[in-house]
Design a protein around this ligand. Sequence first.
Ligand code: NAD
Length: 481
Amino acid sequence: MSELTMTIGGQAAVTERTFGVRNPATGEVFAEAPDCTGEQLDAAMDAAAKAYRDWKADESARRQALRDAVGVLMGGLGELGPMLTAEQGKPLNDATLEVFGSAIWCTYYADLERPREIIQDDDEAFVEIVRRPLGVVAAITPWNFPLNLAFWKIAPALLAGNTMVLKPSSFTPLTTLRAGQLLQHVLPPGVLNVVSGGHELGAWMTSHPVPRKISFTGSIETGKKVAMAAAPDLKRTTLELGGNDPAIVLDDVDPATVADGLFGGAFANNGQVCSAIKRVYVPERIYDAVVEALATRAKAVRVGEGTDPESKLGPINNEPQYERVKMLVADALAHGARAVAGGRAMDRAGYFFEPTILADVSDGVRIVDEEQFGPALPVIAYRDLDDAVERANATHFGLAGSVWGADVDRATEIAGRLEAGTVWVNVHLALAPHQPFGGFKWSGIGVENGPWGLAGFTDIQTVHRSRTGTGLSPVTSMVIP
Ligand code: NAD
């Protein structure tokens, strides 16, 4: 695969230094990506600031550009999908769906109505709330859904009138770099700049004086650093961070049926989803049956290279994450857990790990208490439902959670007790562009998607037009002594 360039001010930007990108299915470097210099980052910020002057002025042009971006993405499916599989590891079908999903986000925002917010219209005044763009947005993304998560930011940020400097993860820079190149056909120069580099580049972006907003998706640990870097300049932040989502199974379910939903919610993208099911609480009475049904599915699922059309799960994306999953599973086994399926790395090149179901494990073991972000699922027995809810909530995480039960009203009532930004009933990972998504507690600040995500790329401006002539309004006269 040839070397991809960054895009700065509408131009291809090459660097002297590059870094290797590995194919997780082999562990081998298969491409080089540019390592952005400080001067180039300055140039990208400068280009974004200049482009902002015109871009913010014409909303209909922005909507049209997003519609045109849909055409670009759909036209690029055949190139972007395989590139994503090569750098991320996910099966080609899933990679293609991710490109498609990015187009869906552009479509949604291109057509999202923004109703006027008139809060007073009387003899005294006409008062309207207007959302103004912020300026340059620094956007930083992780490696699990590089393209989708970039478009969760690009589509609303650009629609709102902002311009952007975007940095993908150094594990998966290629698809984002290529999308950045392709989008230059439909965006004015400088509106979307894409740079690549390591963690240091992310840190430069967050402390750079130009951006007025940091839109960050990644780990809690890095999210805290981003919040600290943004604070001295009072930059706005949206932080989409890690999760340790609980699924609570109620006692009225059919074990085989619920296992299908649980397995899909836990092992999608090989468990590398911020809001995947990361621990399951099951009533003692049906514990063995649910564990057995999950194990059957884990043993049957086809794991392999993303380029193989038969593969349902690919490798773990990168070596540090692969080592972490190995360590967490080994730790659980050392603390008495039983691997009823999987439990080991696969004996082959690349970062493949057997889909793993861990039984006889409980809170207090690292794989239950921490985010594993990989293909290993602990299943925890409970006797008392209130206690299960309490244990599900006894964490700093609060991204999402789900409750599974035949009595949907009862399941919904339990779901409402979970301390999480999204709660699902009899489903998990139901995400959509119109549905806000964000975390409680350490799982994040702010939300993405829907009109609420769009609002996150704006500041409120109150436009108060007096109808009483000049001077103070009657209300103001009363409150100002
Ligand atoms: P990470 O925090 O290591 O890296 C994320 C991005 O931040 C990368 O682009 C990285 O280069 C950059 N970065 C690293 N150090 C930085 C710094 N000091 N300042 C600014 N940027 C910096 O996360 P990851 O390992 O790439 O992704 C996995 C994590 O992301 C998981 O915890 C997962 O749950 C989380 N995630 C959250 C969501 C969500 O929407 N809530 C979605 C996907 C992933």
